[in-house]
Design a protein around this ligand. Structure first.
Ligand SMILES: C[S@@+](CC[C@H](N)C(=O)[O-])C[C@H]1O[C@@H](n2cnc3c(N)ncnc32)[C@H](O)[C@@H]1O
Ligand SMILES: [Zn+2]
Length: 158
């Protein structure tokens, strides 16, 4: 698989491996397209590196799991991310397209992050380091449902 242009895998200050830019991207620019393998809700697989997206008109159930298989696999979460993932189901080819769009101007060398927006069941302690860090990798609307042992880490704006 060819390497994604403008993206490089690094040892991250946030967690494990991450991805960073090798050139500047302007707000609104597509940073990269990802590649993945599709799984369905009941499939037995490790979803650590998967995007979980609404199934929409795919006929594959309520959610689609798209296991990232390229450099995007390593992109970490931030509560103040510099990209967002957009995606589209192509009913004709029965495939998903997903791409990362810059939410602000991104300098060369910045770590690429997006908001995982985890549901409460899979929330994890967040190390993104952002001033607005929520303390947990969790969708703010889900925060009240996190496991009791994780509540101490929550830092939600009041
Ligand atoms: C798709 S992987 C990202 C790659 C990961 N850094 C690695 O080296 O395997 C997602 C996992 O990375 C970790 N992770 C990502 N962002 C994080 C963050 N902001 N704080 C703490 N852990 C994070 C979590 O364990 C999460 O389940
Ligand atoms: Zn955070």
């Amino acid at each position: 698989m060819p390497l994604l242009d403008g993206v490089q895998v690094i040892a991250s200050k946030i967690h494990g491996y991450g991805g960073r830019t090798t050139r500047e991207f302007l707000k609104g620019e597509t940073v990269c397209f990802g590649d993945g393998v599709l799984y369905q809700q009941d499939d037995d697989f490790d979803d650590t590196y998967a995007l979980i997206l609404p199934g929409e008109d795919s006929g594959l159930g309520e959610n689609i799991f798209w296991d990232l298989v390229d450099q995007t696999r390593w992109f970490n979460h931030s509560c103040d991310p510099n990209t967002e993932v957009q995606s589209k189901w192509d009913n004709e080819t029965k495939t998903l397209r997903a791409w990362w769009v810059a939410l602000r101007d991104i300098k060369s060398g910045e770590e690429i992050t997006y908001d995982y927006g985890f549901v409460a069941d899979v929330a994890e302690v967040c190390a993104c380091g952002a001033e607005s860090c929520r303390g947990l990798i969790v969708d703010p609307d889900e925060a009240h449902n996190v496991r009791p042992e994780l509540r101490q880490y929550l830092r939600l704006a009041s």
